[in-house]
Structure formats: structure tokens, C-alpha cells
Design a protein around this ligand. Structure first.
Ligand SMILES: [Zn+2]
Length: 508
């Protein structure tokens, strides 16, 4: 007999429906899976047969052919176990074909017939809903994730036997009920700027960066708190909208990193080590999975010890930083992953780390320092609008009992500035100042006369490049937005000039 069921795999960060066609006929007993199946899917052959037997169902030996369509799409999901098992049971007449229609099945089976969670259930459920499916059957641990998609009945399964009894009408099974959305992210400790004493300049720079979506380079001696500051950046970015939260949750679902299953409500913070492989950074694998630049989507990518990253790693960062997405090419698919993040890079001022430190002596030669800083120059640096120095905090500041300003207070200012930018930029399909190109800057950034002359003076005196000139106006626009000012004043320009290269290293 012939039967058809539906499963799904992931393609980039989206789900893709897979037709599972099963044909069983008398003849030489056999069991074949055709249709560009990955090893994980080929292995499902044994799991499915054993799981069915251990669920107490005996099937006579026949010639079974399973076709996974579309044929040209690589399938890697162990979640195809369940639709294959269900299709097989329907082809043998154990399950009526009508009982499996308009339903999507996505779970791995253990040899005992237990249903196990798989990665990517959220994008699969989104796709199922969009394609008009009414029900999705998943393992219990994936139920909460599937429930994030409205307009789909979610059935949480413990094992195959339970599903068979339900589909044959022997046992009732209620759809899972959505729980109050608590969100998995909220259980994590939230790091707050209230705990950071001193560092007023760095905090101000990060507030401006958050407000305008600017990338930041922090230069400072070891122990100055660069990492601590960067970690708190996500806490002052605007709250994720539900749409953004779903995008982030989909990415973590595909990567298999969704803990707890609920909606991620916190902006991601990713800090890959400088020894991370290229695949780990940008994504990849035989069926490409998201890399760090995508896991940081809508959040912060922190690169500590920037000069230690390989030249190649820094080069590949160019595409996501410029285009807010990354293209990963493989034999069977070219996939695009979203990667819109704020880049925060940190480095020591010199190889030994103590150049310019009042307490410790630097033992690097000028040549060594030059070689060290030269590693990071070039196109990536061009895309970092704000360069600041982070000094070690003075003892008096550390020991002061006064609580610093909290992240929520800073975030309120950031959100107000973002709202102003959105109103100005949305007709150009942009949302923050850092995204403006030269032409837009000229059109949208009006400088007061004094601001104009201050900028001209600085341009000549500091021998600036055209890029630097644009960067200053962009940052000044954000400073003005934070102040609620319509035009850019001399004061705004002065702050932006300082932020352009406050590192003492002459990086440009
Ligand atoms: Zn040194």
C-alpha cells in the first residue's frame, strides 16, 4: 500500500516541509530510503523498525521504499524518524491515512519507541502553520517551543505507542496548552551597569553606541574591565520586540541551544574565543548551521583580544558587519543567515598590555607596538565608529559606596533616541544612525554653523580621511538624538571627535 506523511528539516534558520512517501509491496523484503538523505536519516531506518517492534506492533516482511521529497534538498533531521514510522504504519494499514493528514510529525525515536526532542522545531512549526497544517506532533521537550507558533495544535508525545493509540481512536490525547510566556532568557542573571563603579567615559561611549547602533573598539590594560563593560551592553539595548524575539529563538532552536524551550527575550551576547574556527564564527558544516555572527543576531558580538584573531577571521567578519547577514555556500545549498549585531572589540594597548599604564612598565619596543596595532587596521576598523580607551578604575571610585546608574535608566534614554532615529530613517528601510551611508548623512544630518566650522578645523588639523569625517557625523547625530536636539551642535561634534580616536594608538 502507499501512504504519505509530512515531516520537516531546517534550511538555514527556516523550516522546510518534507513529504514522506511510503510504499510497501510484496516481494523480496527490503527497506530503502531514497531522496538525498544524510547519514542521520539513513540511520533512522534501524531506529524506526526497532521502535515499531518495541511498541508491540508486528509488521510482515515486505519490500518497503521510502521517498523523501523534494529530492534535491539535503535532509539531516533525525526528526524524520517519526514521520517515517507513521508513514510506514499507514502504508501497512495500521493507521488510517486520513488520521495523519494535515499533520506534521517531528521527533526522533529511541529503540524503545520513546519520542525525543530535535533541534529546529520552532522554524518547522512556523513553516507548518504557514503551509496550512493544523497539527504538529512533537516530543514533550519540544512542546513549549512549538507552542510559540499561534494557530497550530501542538501534541506532546511520550512515545510512539501513545501516538498510535490516539490516531486509531483507542486513547484520547489533548493538545498541549500554551503556558504563560515566561521566556527562557529571563532566568539568567542580568548583568547591570549599576554594578560598575567609575568608568564614566566608557559607559557614556557604550550608551551612545547602543543608541545609534555603532560598533565600538575598547583599548585598555588588562584588568581595566573591558569584558565586564561589554557584557552589560545587551542590558541597555532596547527590549526585543516579539518579532525579533522569535527570530532569535528560531536561530537558537536550529543551533540546538534553546534551553527551557521558551521565547528568548534577552538580546544575545556572544564572545567567541580568538582560536574559534571559521565555521564556528560564520556558520557552516555539511548542512550549514548558524555561527557566532548569527547567534549574536539582534545582540552583541564581543571580540576580546582582537589582534589575536587570524587575519582570515577578521576578513570574513566584513560581510556580516556591512550587510547584516552572512552567506554560507555548500554543495547542496547557498544559505543566508541573519547577522545584525553590534560589534564590540577589545584589545590591550600593546603586546605586553601595559603601554600607557601609570603603575606598570611596558617593555615593548615601538616596532612591536606598531606591528601589533597594524593587525587590526583596514576594512573592519573602518566599520567601527567609536574608539575609546578604558583606563584602570581608580581606587577611590571602586571603594565608593554609591550605586552607579542602572541599566534600565540608561536603556530608557537609548530607546528614546532610537525612536527619533526610526522616525527619520524608516522610509529608507533603516533603523539606526550607524546604517546611514554618505549620501544619507549629507541629506539627513544638519549641522549648526559652529558645528560645521569645528568639524572643518578638526578635519584639517587631524588630517582625517573621508571615512573618519562620516563616522564623526554619524556619532554626532546619535549624540544629538540622545539630547533630543534636531540639529547637530558644536558640542555634539566635539564629543564625536573625541570618540573617533580616544585610544592613544592613532588607529584609523
Ligand atoms: Zn607593552
Amino acid at each position: 500500500m502507499f501512504a504519505r506523511t509530512y515531516g520537516a528539516t531546517t534550511l538555514g534558520v527556516d523550516g522546510a516541509i518534507i513529504d514522506v512517501e511510503v510504499d510497501s509491496a510484496s516481494g523480496l523484503p527490503g527497506f530503502d530510503i531514497v531522496g538525498l538523505a544524510d547519514t542521520a536519516v539513513k540511520e533512522s531506518k534501524e531506529r524506526v523498525r526497532t521502535a515499531i517492534r518495541n511498541s508491540g506492533i508486528r509488521l510482515r516482511q515486505e519490500k518497503v521504499t521510502i521517498n523523501l521529497a523534494p529530492a534535491d534538498m539535503k535532509k539531516d533531521s533525525s526528526g524524520l524518524d517519526l514521520p517515517i514510522a507513521v508513514g510506514l504504519l499507514a502504508a501497512y494499514g495500521v493507521l488510517p491515512q486520513e488520521s495523519v493528514e494535515r499533520s506534521l510529525f517531528a521527533a526522533e525515536l529511541s529503540l524503545e519507541g520513546e519520542c525525543r526532542g530535535v533541534r529546529g522545531v520552532l522554524p518547522m512549526a512556523v513553516q507548518a502553520r504557514d503551509k496550512g497544517f493544523e497539527k504538529i506532533f512533537v516530543a514533550r521537550e519540544n512542546a513549549e517551543e512549538a507552542l510559540l507558533v499561534e494557530g497550530l495544535q501542538v501534541y506532546a508525545l511520550q512515545n510512539l505507542g501513545e501516538l498510535v493509540r490516539f490516531l486509531t481512536g483507542q486513547e484520547a490525547l489533548e493538545p498541549a496548552a500554551p503556558q504563560a510566556e515566561t521566556g527562557s532568557g529571563e532566568t539568567e542573571a542580568f548583568e547591570d551597569f549599576a554594578d560598575v563603579q567609575g568608568q564614566y567615559q566608557a559607559k557614556r561611549a557604550l550608551e551612545i553606541a547602543a543608541a545609534g547602533g555603532h560598533n565600538v573598539l575598547m583599548v585598555g590594560v588588562p584588568g581595566s574591565g573591558k569584558t565586564m563593560l561589554a557584557r552589560r551592553m545587551s542590558s541597555i539595548l532596547p527590549e526585543l520586540s516579539r518579532e525579533e524575539a522569535l527570530e532569535v529563538t528560531k536561530i537558537y532552536s536550529v543551533a540546538g541551544l534553546l534551553r527551557g524551550g521558551g521565547l528568548i527575550r534577552q538580546r544575545p551576547f556572544r564572545s567567541p574565543h580568538h582560536t574559534s574556527s571559521m565555521v564556528a564564527m560564520i556558520g557552516g558544516g555539511s548542512v550549514p548551521r548558524p555561527g557566532e555572527v548569527t547567534l549574536a543576531h539582534h545582540g552583541v558580538l564581543f571580540l576580546d583580544e582582537l589582534p589575536e584573531f587570524t587575519k582570515k577571521s577578521l576578513e570574513v567578519l566584513r560581510e556580516p558587519v556591512e550587510d547584516r547577514q552572512i552567506t554560507v555556500s555548500r554543495v547542496h545549498a547557498t544559505l543566508t543567515f541573519p547577522s545584525s549585531f553590534i560589534l564590540i572589540a577589545a584589545m590591550n594597548p600593546c603586546p605586553c598590555g601595559y603601554h600607557g599604564d601609570p603603575d606598570k612598565e611596558c617593555n615593548c619596543t615601538p616596532g612591536e607596538i606598531k606591528r601589533y596595532t597594524r593587525k587590526i587596521s583596514g576594512p573592519l576598523l573602518d566599520r567601527i565608529d567609536i574608539h575609546i580607551q578604558v583606563p584602570r578604575v581608580k581606587y577611590e571610585e571602586l571603594s565608593s559606596r554609591r550605586k552607579a546608574e542602572s541599566s534600565s535608566v540608561i536603556r530608557a534614554r537609548v530607546e528614546a533616541a532610537r525612536a527619533i532615529q526610526l522616525a527619520r530613517l524608516q522610509e529608507h528601510h533603516l533603523f539606526c544612525n550607524a546604517q546611514m551611508n554618505h549620501a544619507l548623512l549629507q541629506k539627513l544630518c544638519v549641522l549648526e554653523p559652529q558645528a560645521q566650522s569645528l568639524l572643518e578645523q578638526a578635519f584639517r588639523r587631524l588630517d582625517m580621511s573621508a571615512r573618519s569625517y562620516d563616522r564623526i557625523i554619524k556619532v554626532a547625530r546619535t549624540v544629538a538624538d540622545l539630547a533630543g536636539a534636531e540639529k547637530i551642535s558644536a558640542q555634539h561634534i566635539a564629543e564625536a571627535i573625541k570618540l573617533r580616536d580616544d585610544t592613544g594608538l592613532g588607529l584609523e
